[in-house]
Design a binder for this molecule. Sequence first.
Ligand code: GDP
Length: 297
Amino acid sequence: MFDTLSDRLTGVFDRLRGRGALNEQDVREAMREVRVALLEADVALPVARSFIDKVTEKAVGQQVLKSVTPGQQVVKIVNDELVAMLGGDEVAPLDLDARPPVVVMMVGLQGSGKTTSTAKIARLLKEKQGKKPLMASLDVNRPAAQEQLKVLGEQTGVATLPIIVGQQPVDIARRAIEAAKLQAVDVLLLDTAGRLHVDEALMAEMKAVASVTTPTEVLLVVDSLTGQDAVNVAQSFSDEVPLTGVVLTRMDGDARGGAALSMRAVTGKPIKFAGTGEKLDAIEAFHPGRVASRILG
Ligand code: GDP
């Protein structure tokens, strides 16, 4: 992940650092190269543009150019902006500050890793935070989706809502809330249906589920390997449902990184988790600073 981007940026920065003095032209030229590197890594165009504008504005200031180590300073500005682009210094934790059962709704396209991420987060809540989670699958489109969540629940020791064949998503959601209340569940995780493409029926279903469950968190699950598509998906979802955060899956793969870098700017919401493998413990809180350091080498 980020390998090519990281190599390209390291090249630009080594050259910058290698020169004693810098003038505005040098900085602008370097930023042009950074811009190309970002676009080649699939960063969304407006995001790359705004990033370069911000860095350039800060970097061509007299304070930087007249300093003893201008190259170093420019690299620091890039680093800081990169962290900002990824969501700032802080890790964004799950917001569980509501009357239990706190509802966490998982949304995303089919194949994005939604069901797996639901189980991973439920496991984290149980193992690391001592919470009592309950998972319910509202995916009545994909055959075996409900069964898949049940199996993951068995593997992680997290309860799942019993399956009633033929029941529709909004009714399942209502039943899940009732069950969660009766069982004194802390966090109810709803794995909603995905489709191959964003469409009206999917969005309508999601809104209907949200209106009967009033989720505290609505997490969009996106596959980081899908680059620009992931960005488009994020844009469509955030236009339609009130997202509170993003889960980026397949961060263990060799994605070029554009999805990770664009997500915050496109959705305005923090990336809360990164999926790092198929195993159920392969999930991490997303650390913008660490990711920025990985990119800048
Ligand atoms: P859904 O259709 O969105 O519910 O997707 P699934 O949760 O069924 O995941 C689809 C496939 O992606 C499964 O084989 C998962 O094991 C795999 N997967 C999910 N998250 C990750 C991840 O972070 N890394 C890797 N390598 N595989 C993942």
